[in-house]
Design a protein around this ligand. Structure first.
Ligand code: COM
Length: 502
């Protein structure tokens, strides 16, 4: 007979972002928490998701910036013909993954004093989990088993050379031609990460790329992609991946024609599927997207069973995973806690830039509020008399730039108008902001707080009273101050659309 080990107030099944933060919060509330984890605390974050993507984006930014600056001003000519994405991935595998794993373990077990049962857990019933032959008993069970890439059911999907975000850190060779299936935030980000490494990238999207993003941000990003030679097909239906022993082409239907895209690597990024399978034998309700159905307090339909993180379905966002953990901990402790999904920011690495947004897009805002005011830079046509490209041979510029961090200032002068776009959307009647958008570098930090300001109904007048540290990455304080004196808010010469030309 196997001995029972203690009794916990909750067993957190999965030590990813949701389980780790949930268990920490649970313990802080005075509960006895156990995490069951097979691989790594922190889940996929430092293996192949947030931390890895952050690292890889930095490498891609360096490559892209070196290419842009090479031979200009004081920069020497730099030969980038032999740079290697596989080498960058190797460094992360050897150093980053291990260092992060150690840090997560140290923080969780040593600093926070949370118990972890290491090994593949088996849920026996809602109060019993077996790990390595030991039985752990819990009053509650919190399932945080994450998600996996959704794989389309097409011929060739299992050929070597077909990868997902999970395989990205495992790449051992450098592809020459990559086809990315899916133009959502993962696919678009991967395109920007691979292209600087001399990889010819084509994105095939069945519907619209980044459909939920503001039109001006999409235009900026896709115009930039075009300039970089990244090809995008929207409204294209992928039918098959072909190859003898490995992926050699992707076949798709486009405007009634069949097109074959030759390639030596395929990145599949058509969505995520929650790992809800461990919950099924417990009688927990599962939704159409394979997600565990939860209420606002992260409770499933079975009393004493909770679900957190990606396993409970979208939004798939680190902050949501961690907050679901926190809310579940409160629910376990008997508190009346509720998830709040309003004003969740979104973010994509687009080396050498990044895009971030929160709140309504311009078209959503117009639908809801009518004639909204835009506070943005750059806006409209360039001033007629500014011809900065004549100031210094070979340099291009933009009349009214966005520049925040050093590297966006560099992009302004060296980088073909690639330094960014910021845009705030305001309801002129109430003078409240309804959305913020940015593509640039360094602005994402501000969006963590902007999301709260949106929620409390922050106005242009309140923003004008803050203290900016100039130059900053998003400029919303100073731009708002320029218009806040107006009794009737008209914006900042802002009603001119940027062209739709990508
Ligand atoms: C980040 C993962 S590496 S977690 O959210 O801190 O657990």
């Amino acid at each position: 007979m196997k001995a029972n080990i203690g009794e916990y107030d909750a067993i957190w099944f999965g030590g990813g972002a949701a389980g780790r933060f949930g268990a920490a919060f649970h313990k802080a509330l005075g509960g006895k928490a156990l995490i069951v984890e097979e691989h790594h605390l922190g889940g996929e974050c430092h293996v192949c998701r947030c931390a890895f993507e952050n690292f890889f984006s930095d490498q891609a930014s360096m490559a892209e910036l070196m290419r842009l600056y090479s031979g200009k001003s004081w920069y020497p000519k730099i030969d980038l013909s032999h740079i290697s994405a596989a080498k960058a991935a190797e460094l992360y595998r050897k150093v980053g993954q291990r260092a992060f794993a150690d840090t997560m373990k140290h923080q969780t077990e040593k600093q926070l004093g949370i118990e972890v049962a290491w090994g593949a857990g088996k849920i026996i019933d809602k109060n019993t989990v077996e790990v390595n032959g030991k039985i752990y008993k819990g009053k509650n069970l919190v399932i945080g088993t994450g998600s996996r890439p959704t794989m389309p059911d097409i011929p060739g999907i299992n050929l070597p050379g077909v990868m997902t975000y999970k395989d990205h850190p495992e790449m051992r060779t450098d592809p020459k031609k990559m086809v990315i299936i899916g133009g959502g935030k993962i696919g678009i980000g991967k395109a920007a990460m691979f292209a600087p490494f001399n990889i010819d990238v084509t994105i095939l999207e069945k519907y619209t790329c980044l459909p939920k993003w503001d039109r001006d941000i999409r235009n900026f990003v896709f115009r930039d992609f075009k300039r970089r030679g990244i090809k995008i097909y929207e409204g294209i239906d992928v039918k098959e991946i072909k190859g003898k022993g490995k992926a050699e082409s992707v076949v798709a239907q486009f405007n009634g024609e069949t097109i074959e895209f030759p390639c030596d690597a395929v990145m599949v990024s058509v969505g995520l599927t929650p790992n809800s399978e461990p919950a099924i034998p417990l009688g927990v309700k599962i939704g159409k997207g394979n997600e565990i159905i939860i209420d606002e307090g992260c409770r499933t339909n079975v009393p004493g069973i909770y679900a957190v993180g990606d396993a409970a379905g979208p939004p798939y966002f680190m902050a949501i995973a961690r907050k679901r953990g926190m809310i579940a901990a409160k629910s376990v402790a008997g508190e009346d806690a509720k998830m709040d999904y309003s004003f969740v920011p979104d973010h994509i690495y687009l080396p050498p830039l990044e895009a971030t947004c929160v709140g309504l897009t311009e078209s959503e805002a117009r639908e809801k509020y009518g004639d909204v005011v835009l506070i943005q830079v750059p806006w409209g046509p360039k001033p007629k008399d500014a011809k900065p490209e004549e100031y210094y041979p070979g340099f291009e510029n933009q009349g009214l730039p966005v520049c925040g961090r050093m590297h966006t200032m560099n992009l302004l002068f060296y980088g073909q108008n690639r330094n960014g776009l910021v845009k705030a959307i305001v309801d002129p009647k109430s003078r409240k902001y309804v959305g913020f958008h940015s593509v640039g570098d360094g602005a994402k930090t501000a969006f963590q707080y902007l999301s709260y300001l949106l929620k409390i109904g922050w106005t242009v007048d309140q923003m004008a009273n803050l203290h900016e540290i100039f130059l900053n990455a998003e400029h919303f304080i100073q731009l708002s101050r320029l218009v806040a004196g107006q009794k009737e808010l008209k914006g900042f010469a802002a009603q001119v659309y940027l062209e739709d030309d990508f």
